[in-house]
Design a protein around this ligand. Structure first.
Ligand code: GDP
Ligand code: ZN
Length: 314
């Protein structure tokens, strides 16, 4: 009996595929029945990215799979809440080093509150984010002001913004370098060019094909299986087919500002603690918005979330 440590790279329904990262040699494994995970109400006990201890008698094969005996505590994980009211959630991926949020100024038009929600989710889970502004080749004079405003808003909040184009290859080398040695998650609304970028980073990958087969599978099992892919240039990516963006966690209204890094920083100087940064006198966040230090658009997203969470809880 041999024992080893590996990472879950795929869940096929009947078994998991594991590999000992950074090497790529996936082998089948099954979950030992008695393992209990602290995944709460999550529908899937193990997710792509989970690190496990396995035991095997000889080379693992489909007929003689390795047996997963332990699951390591997750450094972070991203969940998607189910659409029904069962309060169940699905862990999309665990132990992510970086999330790339792919956006476009136009084609499709950007929705800042949506991006801010994804950013809050990443902050809650402690996942570093890089914003990838794709389709740069399409932006001319009509978009120039919005492109520079976009950079200003997110860079002043502390997020790196990369200008790229999957079509011309602008910034693709930089993106490839940023992926090197990391497990990265790609997210973004459909049509922003997520699959095109993954293919530009590594032409041997074809995420769209995977997406079509996912859709096919969904019809039969109503389960989406996420998958980790190795990049030839180094690093691994987790593509999230069919998700508009990973789900937002439930936050208490007073917690929301903790996940806007620039507001958290400014709030140290608010006169009152806690401060909702709405009506309180001596609010340092409001002054920072007035002076332009905090982007008004981010503050507006914050107010929108506050309003929604507040209503939701009444
Ligand atoms: P996904 O839904 O996010 O995976 O988006 P796709 O990769 O399928 O791309 C959606 C559409 O945008 C396709 O028609 C792509 O050819 C196009 N597209 C993707 N990236 C770029 C880009 O950088 N520039 C231009 N002009 N078109 C792009
Ligand atoms: Zn305040």
């Amino acid at each position: 009996m041999r024992k080893g440590q590996a990472t879950v790279v795929k869940h096929t329904g009947s078994h998991y595929l594991l590999t000992e990262l950074p090497s790529w040699a996936p082998f089948p494994a099954v979950l030992k029945g008695k393992i209990r995970l602290n995944a709460g109400t999550s529908t899937n006990p193990l997710a792509v990215g989970d690190r496990v201890v396995y035991e095997t008698d000889g080379e693992p094969t489909a007929e003689n799979p390795a047996v997963i005996s332990e699951v390591e505590e997750r450094k972070n994980y991203i969940i998607r809440k189910s659409t029904n009211l069962s309060r169940q959630s699905h862990v999309i991926a665990a132990n992510i080093d970086m999330a790339f949020i792919v956006v476009t100024i136009d084609f499709p038009e950007i929705k800042l509150p949506f991006i801010d929600r994804l950013l809050v989710t990443c902050e809650v889970y402690g996942v570093p984010v890089t914003i990838v502004l794709n389709k740069s080749d399409l932006y001319g004079d009509a978009q120039a002001d919005r492109v520079s405003a976009f950079h200003r808003i997110y860079e002043s909040a502390g997020y790196p913004v990369m200008d790229v184009s999957a079509v011309t290859g602008l910034g693709v080398d930089g993106l490839r370098t940023a992926c090197n040695g990391k497990v990265s998650l790609f997210s973004g609304v459909s049509g922003v060019g997520k699959s095109s970028l993954v293919k530009a980073i590594d032409p041997s990958l074809n995420p769209k094909t995977a997406e079509i087969s996912e859709a096919h599978l969904q019809g039969r099992h109503t389960t989406t299986f996420y998958e980790m892919f190795p990049l030839q240039s180094g690093g691994h990516i987790i593509d999230t087919p069919g998700i508009r963006g990973f789900g937002l966690v439930d936050l208490k209204p007073e917690e929301i500002a903790l996940y806007f890094p620039e507001m958290l920083k400014a709030s140290e100087n608010c006169r009152f603690t806690p401060c909702t940064h709405t009506h309180e006198p001596g609010c340092a966040v409001k002054s920072a918005v007035e002076s332009g230090e905090i982007a008004y658009e981010r503050y507006a997203s914050y107010l929108g979330m506050l309003d929604e969470e507040g209503k939701y809880r009444k």
